[in-house]
Design a binder for this molecule. Structure first.
Ligand code: FRU
Length: 494
């Protein structure tokens, strides 16, 4: 298929149902299909949206384009869970069917209000000259999970001084009102985050541009999320086109965060902010959404995929997945991300790992399939490598190298299967804080791998598209010392 613009914006009802069935069976048959990550029903998935807790359940939506692995006209697809792990597929919840969202129901958030769930999102519209108009829209979901759009926009226009690159509202409660953070671009072409306030959710008033850095935030900020971790404000955001001298990154667009000491509503600022930090030190995380959950945890989930990049699964007609759900905390002014405790419900067969390595390739395992959880604890004086997705001879594999002398860990996917995204480099390196042990907590799921290093001090995520079903070997190499650990096979979600 050649994905021309008219084709990408063809109305949903004009696509034959049989075509969607064909796309669905292509995913089902794929060797790269994940077991416990949220994937598109058909076509493409991107940002997580509306992550929330409502009526006793976790709710999550994602940006969806159902008809192919491209960024066509978007909608929200709804998922529901009791445990943040097993997600039930519901249905398309918001379709691009109004004059205010005709060219895409773009990203947004959700919050429980009374006995309903309030959804706020961006309506993307292209006019005859294909110029963009962005409307900030609302909808209510009831306990039957029926969604009703509010017909008129909640915010009609970007404020003076800002362009129509104006999207991704995140609504949250703050003192006795609601606040909303939204991504924006100044008329001078600089990325910004704006903050609005409201009492009723329909009467949004601009507070101002959020002050959280003295640096220029590229040409556009997407998906800002302001959350409070132990009362400290943390801003997660995607500064597109950020100067790499501000904070080095290699992905096409970065997903970053800053931590501050306090949020000051009067001055619309985050006080004493840290430098910008990469939220994920790997290859493929973008558009992370976080929220303060009613159980006092701060939970996040990201899109595993990047804009404007081609992935090998496109050939099978589908694209991308979401990350597992992570819990955020702060220690020594650093953001830690851990898999939520609920992930344990997936565990099946358990194996204890223990031993020592000399200068050899030690086979830690070769499971039937790449669906497992691996925890390893290594002497921190160790320098060496762990290979995942390796073939028998270890000529192909995802290589994680740790170097105690330099307190670094790197992920090399140059030989990890079908190459992709190579113009952005095949190695990512993160700097660690020295500690007695190096701990790796790894979730592998068919074509994705999430590595939590040193109890979530950093996370490295990568997609891996193996060439051969034999690529399930796990090797440890090149360090002299002891290791202990656990290995679990994991079940499919649901
Ligand atoms: C981020 C993003 C958002 C937008 C959505 C459209 O990946 O570009 O800014 O709302 O995706 O799908």
């Amino acid at each position: 298929t050649e994905w021309t613009t008219p084709l990408r914006y063809k109305p949903y009802h004009q696509w034959p149902a049989a075509y969607q069935d064909m796309l669905e069976s292509a995913i089902q048959k794929s060797d790269w299909k994940q077991a416990f990550h949220i994937q598109p029903k058909t076509g493409l998935l991107n940002d997580p949206n509306g992550f929330s807790f409502y009526d006793g359940k976790w709710h999550l939506f994602y940006q969806a384009y159902p008809f192919g692995p491209v960024h066509g006209v978007k909608s929200w697809y709804h998922m529901v869970s009791d445990n943040l792990v097993d997600w039930e597929k519901r249905d398309y919840a918001l379709l691009p069917d109004s004059p205010y969202d005709s060219h895409g129901v773009y990203s947004g958030s959700a919050i429980t209000v009374g006995d309903k769930l309030f959804l706020m999102y961006t309506g993307n519209v292209r006019d005859e000259r294909w110029e963009r108009h962005s409307y900030q829209l609302g909808a209510w979901m009831d306990s039957e999970m029926l969604v009703e759009k509010i017909t008129e926009p909640l915010i009609e226009n970007p404020p003076t001084g800002y362009t129509d690159e104006f999207r991704d509202p995140q609504v949250f409660r703050y003192q006795d009102q609601y606040l909303m953070a939204i991504g924006a671009q100044t008329k001078r072409g600089k990325g910004a985050v704006l903050v609005y306030q409201s009492k009723q959710l329909t009467d949004w008033e601009l507070l101002g541009e959020l002050d959280y850095t003295t640096e220029e935030m590229g040409f556009m900020v997407e998906c800002p999320n302001l959350v409070f971790v132990d009362n400290q404000p943390v801003l997660l955001f995607c500064p597109q086109g950020l100067d790499q001298n501000i904070t080095p990154y290699q992905n096409i667009y970065p997903n970053m965060y800053v931590i501050g000491s306090a949020f000051n509503k009067e001055t619309v600022s985050i006080e004493n902010t840290s430098d910008l930090v990469n939220l994920d030190e790997g290859f493929d995380v973008y558009a992370t959404q976080a929220f303060n959950a009613p159980d006092d945890r701060v939970l996040s989930i990201g899109w595993i995929g990047l804009p404007e990049l081609d992935y090998p699964s496109f050939e099978e007609g589908w694209a991308h997945c979401l990350s597992i759900v992570k819990e955020l905390s702060i220690k020594d002014q650093h953001l830690y991300q851990k898999p939520v405790a609920e992930m344990q419900v997936l565990r099946q067969n358990h194996e204890v790992l223990q031993g020592s390595v000399q200068d050899e390739y030690l086979l830690l395992g070769s499971p039937d399939k790449n669906v497992y959880e691996l925890k390893l604890e290594l002497d921190a004086s160790a320098s060496g490598s762990l290979y995942l997705f390796a073939d028998k001879q270890n000529t192909e594999g995802l290589k994680l190298s740790f170097d105690a002398k330099h307190d670094t860990i790197s992920m090399d996917r140059s030989k990890a299967g079908i190459p992709f995204g190579e113009s952005y480099g095949s190695i990512r390196t993160a700097t660690l804080k020295r500690q007695d042990k190096l701990t790796l907590h790894i979730f592998v799921d068919r074509s994705v791998c999430e590595v939590f290093v040193n109890d979530g001090y950093c996370v490295m995520t990568s997609c891996v598209f193996i060439k051969d079903p034999q690529q399930t070997h796990i090797f440890l190499h090149g360090f002299e010392g002891n290791y202990t650990g656990d290995f679990w096979t994991l079940r499919d979600m649901n």
